[in-house]
Design a protein around this ligand. Structure first.
Ligand code: HEM
Length: 388
């Protein structure tokens, strides 16, 4: 048993996770009422054995809030959904076309707006997260899905509405009302997109889901999942990569000299700072993991944030090393639920940061705003104030 509070984990999880890995790599955490699994090999076992560690948890907050979706199913039901929904998120699908021909312009247009607002305002620093990273991240997914005519800010609002609903563990009626309103608005937008696709199909990801055989309900529930999960993460990662470059002049110089190292930097930042911290599963029978008895029905949390720094798996795990040869990391998870938007997410983060530094080559942190990375389940800087 390991006594720790959620607040302690949200503040600075890394020393706590290092202690768990060293002393009790599979441990019961009373404050969260779940087992934490903190070493690479044990998390791989959890992810590789869905018949023992199911994603279809009971009860499922995710299924209750978003409707049954791929993250609430195990193979083979999961495989059917992924085979219909993965193609547009690969390089050969809509995401590839977007990343090659449209993403750079989208980033540049948002940066034009940042400059315009700055000049119209005080002309000093700006918060990179709210004025750029959120909109680029929301806009990218909106464009790929074919929902961008609703506006990037609308997409961001749908994302925060769904996340608010997902975090409403205490059934607060005000928060529930935000969830209901979001689902009504998004539902109407998806009805329209599905109708349009039936009469005059285009090349969006939603067109591809339908062409691949997805039902309207499958589209609705899984697009909710994509919007609730696929916008905050690239946004946090843009914040984390930018913050790394602004606080590590050695890495900044290296990337300036060797621009092809930017892709490596993104991977290393994702490994070391891991925007999504955990995957949650449930034991389907009494079992054992790493020598610890796990009773049927227990929730088991695979801590990606820990295994990405597991010293039995990585050399110098806490170091961002642009020449590292080991990989891959676990920031997009390991098993059947490996991130659907991984390819797109990487593109948005890399190109987003590249365009930012192309526009503002002298970018610096604004010292009057302290940067604090917070969170355990999701972690990144909520604000990042910079001066051009
Ligand atoms: C840097 C960006 C991203 C990170 C770090 C990230 C991370 C992750 C992780 C760790 C999982 C596994 C969750 C679990 O098993 O409980 C996941 C799943 C998922 N991600 Fe991402 N993600 C990112 C971007 C995106 C984007 C852009 C999309 C857009 C579609 C997306 C859509 C999804 C979906 C639909 C799943 C569920 C897959 C399944 O259940 O089979 N993600 N992501």
């Amino acid at each position: 048993m390991f006594e720790v509070t959620l607040a302690e984990l949200e503040d600075d999880p890394y020393p706590i996770l290092a202690k768990m890995r060293a002393n009790e790599p599979v441990c019961w955490v009373p404050a969260l009422q779940m087992f934490f699994v903190t070493r690479w090999d044990d998390v791989a076992t959890v992810e590789d054995n869905p018949e023992l560690f199911t994603a279809a948890t009971e009860p499922s907050f995710l299924a209750r809030t978003l409707g049954v979706n791929m993250l609430t199913l195990d193979p083979p039901k999961l495989d059917r959904l992924r085979s219909m929904m993965l193609p547009p998120f690969k390089a050969g699908g809509r995401s590839g076309e977007f990343a090659k021909h449209e993403l750079k312009d989208m980033a540049d247009e948002l940066l034009d707006q940042v400059e315009f607002n700055r000049e119209a305002g005080s002309g000093a620093s700006f918060d990179l997260i709210s004025s750029y990273a959120q909109l680029l991240s929301a806009g990218s997914l909106a464009r790929v899905l074919g929902l961008d005519h609703h506006g990037f800010a609308q997409m961001w609002d749908w994302c925060t509405g769904l996340v608010t609903d997902l975090a409403n563990f205490e059934d607060d009626p005000e928060l529930a009302a935000i969830g209901t309103k979001t689902k009504e608005e998004l539902g109407a937008a998806l009805d329209e997109a599905i109708k349009q696709s039936r009469t005059n199909p285009g090349n969006s990801a939603i067109d591809a889901f339908l062409a691949n055989g997805a039902t309207p309900e499958e589209v609705l529930n899984n697009v909710r999942l994509m919007i609730s999960g696929g916008i905050n993460e690239p946004c946090e990662a843009i914040g984390l990569v930018t913050w790394t470059l602004l606080t590590r002049p050695d890495l900044r110089q290296r990337v300036a000299k060797e621009p092809n190292k930017m892709a490596r930097l993104v991977e290393e930042v994702l490994r070391v700072h891991c925007p999504v911290g955990t995957v949650t599963r449930q034991a389907t029978e009494d079992t054992e993991l790493g020598g610890v008895a796990i009773p049927k029905g227990a929730l088991v949390s695979g801590i990606l944030r820990s295994i990405n720094r597991d010293e039995s798996h990585w050399d110098n795990p806490d170091e961002i090393d642009l020449d590292r040869r080991q990989g891959p990391h676990a920031a997009f998870a390991l098993g059947a639920h490996r991130c659907l938007g991984e390819w797109l997410g990487r593109q948005v983060v890399r190109q987003g940061v590249e365009r930012l530094f192309a526009r503002f080559p002298d970018l610096m942190l604004d010292p009057s705003h302290e940067v604090t990375n917070t969170g355990f389940e999701f972690r990144g800087p909520p604000e990042l104030w910079v001066t051009p």
